[in-house]
Design a protein around this ligand. Structure first.
Ligand code: OOB
Length: 548
C-alpha cells in the first residue's frame, strides 16, 4: 500500500494569510463540519434517496463507521479513492467517510467508462475504487474487473450493493462500527479534500485539487447567497459528482445549512416532479437543456410543484428567451450560475432585478475573486468589452494535480487561472458569457474535448484524419460532429461503426459523436497551414451554412 503524505494546494503565503484574516478560510475540515451539524440538527432529515431516509445523526454515524472500516482495510490518511456512484445516499456517506479519514475521493461520473477511469486512476494515482453494483442497466463490477487488470495499484474494490468477489460497503460499515472511531479532525483544513474532474478542454481530463478550507468557504457563501436554511429541501436532479449540484449550493451547501437532500436517480421531469411533490422540495439545479424539458413538461403535469421556490441554472449558457419563461411557466425564481470545477462561481442574486437575472450569468461569490478580462495578448480590454476571462481568488486552484504541462498552459505567471471562457463584464460587475476560446463541446453541460475524441478516431484503421467540432443544437445547446477523411484505398465506414468504435474504446456515452460527416479533404481556404482551431471553426461554419 502506498504511503501518502496528504496532498496540499498551495496559495502564496500573503494570499493564504489574507484569506484567513478575512475569515474566508475558517480552519475547519469536513469531518468536523459533519460532527457539528450532527449535534446541531441531530434528528432532522439529512438525506433521502429511494426508501432510505437518514437524519444528520444517521449520516454522521455511517460516515464514522465507514471511515473506521476503511482504515481497518489498510487504507491510510492521504489515500486516493476513485468514487463512481450515482445519486444514492451512499455517495454522501462514503465521501464524508473519506473526508473524515483524511482520504481523498476522486469523483468519476457514472457515465465514465474504462478509458476515463484508467486515466484518473493513473493520474491520481488511486489506491481504491468505490462503485455501485449496477445502475441504469450497467454493471460497474465489470468495470471494476477491467480497472484491476489495467491498474494494479488500485488494490481495493468496494461495492455498494452485491459485491460478488469484491468488498461490500456494508461489510466495511459493520467492521467500522465495532472499532475505535477515527477523530473528526484528522485532516488539516489546508489539506486537499478531494480531486474533482476538469471538463478537459485540451486532451484528457485534468484533476482539480480542492482543499477543505477553500471548498467549505464556497459552501458557506453559496448557502447565504441562495438563501438556504434548515428548512431548505434540495432536489438533486443532476449527477451529484458534478461540481454544480455538489456545491453551488448543491447537496453540500444544503447540508452546510442544515437542510435536507433528496436524491433523484434521473433529471427527467416525470421523476423529478413526483419527488418534488412527495418531499416538498424547495429548490433544485439544472443545466439549460433539462430546464427546457421541464418547461415543456410542466403545463401538462398533474404534480403539484408549488413547494419549489428557486431554480439554479448553469453549466452552459442559458439564453434570455428561455430564462424569461421560468417564472411564468414554473412559478419559481431563476438564479443563473456560471461556475467551474476549478473554482470561480458566479450567481445572480435573489434580489437582483429581472433584467440582470435574465441577461447575465451573475457575479462572483467572493469580494476577493479577482477578475481580469484580456485580449489574445493578455492585455486588459476596455471596460465592457469582450475578452478572455482570467481569475484568481480564495477558492480557485493554483495548479492542477500532477500535470506540469497543463499548469504551464493554464495559469499566468502571477497565478491567474485561464478559464478558456470569453466573457463581458457589465458596469455592475456581472459577467455575461459569450463563448469559449478553446475547442471543447459543451453538450448539455457535459464538456467534451475535441482533441481527446480526435485521438480516438485517428486510431481507427480506416481513418486518415479527423476534426471534431461543436454545432449549435436546439435541445443540447451544442452537439458534436466528427468530420472524417478516409485513408486512400479504404472503404468508408458507416457512421454507426464510427460511433461503435468510440464506445468500444471505453469512453463515456456523451463523448460519442452525435453526427458524422465524411469529407474528401479539409478544404481550408486560408493560404498555407491553418491551426486545428481555425480548421474546426471553418468546418463548424460550413455545416451551419449547409443547414441554412
Ligand atoms: C460547471 O463546471 P464545469 O467544470 O463542468 O464546467 C465549467 C465550464 C465553464 O468554464 C464554462 O465554459 C461553462 O462550463 N459554464 C457556463 C455556465 N456555467 C458553466 N457557460 C455559460 N453559462 C453558464 N452559466 O459547469 C459548473 C460548476 C459550478 C457551478 C455551475 C457550473
Amino acid at each position: 500500500m502506498t504511503n501518502h503524505i496528504p496532498l496540499k494546494q498551495v496559495w502564496p503565503e500573503e494570499f493564504a494569510q489574507r484569506y484567513v484574516e478575512k475569515g474566508y478560510w475558517d480552519n475547519q475540515c469536513f469531518g468536523e463540519l459533519l460532527a457539528q451539524r450532527a449535534q446541531q440538527f441531530a434528528n432532522r432529515p439529512a438525506v433521502i434517496g429511494g426508501e432510505t431516509r437518514w437524519t444528520y445523526q444517521d449520516l454522521h454515524q455511517k460516515a464514522s463507521a465507514i471511515a473506521a472500516g476503511l482504515l481497518q482495510l489498510g487504507l491510510t490518511r492521504g489515500a486516493r479513492v476513485l468514487v463512481q456512484l450515482p445519486n444514492i445516499p451512499e455517495f454522501i456517506s462514503v465521501v464524508f467517510a473519506l473526508f473524515r479519514a483524511g482520504m481523498v475521493p476522486i469523483y468519476a461520473l457514472p457515465a465514465h467508462r474504462i478509458t476515463e477511469l484508467e486515466h484518473f486512476a493513473n493520474q491520481a494515482p488511486a489506491d481504491a475504487y468505490v462503485c455501485a453494483d449496477q445502475f441504469e442497466g450497467f454493471d460497474y463490477r465489470v468495470l471494476a474487473r477491467q480497472l484491476q487488470e489495467r491498474c494494479p495499484q488500485v488494490q481495493h474494490i468496494i461495492v455498494v450493493g452485491q459485491a460478488e468477489e469484491f468488498t461490500s460497503i456494508a461489510s466495511i460499515e459493520d467492521t467500522g462500527s465495532t472499532t475505535t472511531p477515527v477523530p473528526n479532525g484528522v485532516a488539516a483544513a489546508t489539506d486537499v479534500a478531494f480531486l474533482q474532474i476538469s471538463g478537459g478542454s485540451t486532451g484528457l481530463s485534468k484533476l482539480i485539487p480542492r482543499t477543505h478550507n477553500d471548498y467549505i468557504y464556497t459552501l458557506r457563501e453559496s448557502a447565504n447567497i441562495c438563501g438556504l436554511s434548515p428548512a431548505s429541501i434540495f432536489l438533486a436532479a443532476l449527477p451529484i459528482a458534478h461540481n454544480f449540484p455538489m456545491s453551488s449550493p448543491g447537496f453540500l451547501g444544503t447540508l452546510y445549512a442544515g437542510g435536507c437532500v433528496v436524491l433523484s436517480p434521473s433529471a427527467e421531469p416525470e421523476t423529478c416532479f413526483a419527488l418534488i411533490e412527495k418531499h416538498q422540495a424547495t429548490f433544485s439545479s439544472l443545466v439549460p437543456p433539462l430546464l427546457l424539458m421541464w418547461l415543456e413538461f410542466a403545463p401538462n403535469s398533474q404534480h403539484d410543484i408549488s413547494s419549489l421556490k428557486t431554480m439554479q441554472v448553469g453549466g452552459a449558457k442559458l439564453i434570455p428567451e428561455v430564462a424569461k419563461r421560468v417564472k411564468p411557466v414554473l412559478g419559481i425564481q431563476l438564479q443563473q450560475v456560471f461556475g467551474m470545477a476549478e473554482g470561480l462561481v458566479n450567481y445572480t442574486r435573489l434580489d437582483d432585478d429581472e433584467h440582470t437575472i435574465i441577461t447575465t450569468q451573475g457575479r462572483p461569490i467572493s469580494p476577493d475573486d479577482e477578475i481580469r478580462i484580456v485580449d489574445d495578448q493578455d492585455q486588459p480590454v476596455a471596460q465592457g468589452a469582450v475578452g478572455h476571462l482570467l481569475t484568481r481568488g480564495p477558492y480557485t486552484l493554483r495548479a492542477y494535480h500532477n500535470n506540469p504541462a497543463a499548469n504551464a498552459r493554464s495559469f499566468t505567471a502571477d497565478g491567474f487561472y485561464r478559464t478558456g471562457d470569453i466573457v463581458q463584464l457589465t458596469d455592475k460587475g456581472y459577467l455575461i458569457v459569450q463563448g469559449r476560446a478553446n475547442d471543447h463541446i459543451n453538450r448539455a453541460g457535459e464538456k467534451i474535448s475535441a482533441e481527446e475524441i480526435e485521438d480516438h478516431l485517428l486510431a481507427h484503421p480506416a481513418l486518415f484524419d479527423a476534426a471534431v467540432v461543436s454545432v449549435p443544437d436546439e435541445y443540447l445547446g451544442e452537439r458534436s460532429c466528427a468530420f472524417l477523411i478516409v485513408k486512400n484505398n479504404e472503404i468508408k465506414p458507416r457512421a454507426i461503426e464510427i460511433k461503435r468504435w468510440i464506445r468500444e474504446r471505453g469512453l463515456a456515452e456523451f463523448k460519442v459523436p452525435d453526427q458524422v460527416v465524411f469529407v474528401d479533404s479539409f478544404d481550408t481556404t486560408a493560404a498555407g497551414k491553418v491551426s486545428r482551431k481555425q480548421l474546426r471553426a471553418q468546418l463548424s461554419q460550413s455545416l451551419q451554412q449547409n443547414h441554412d
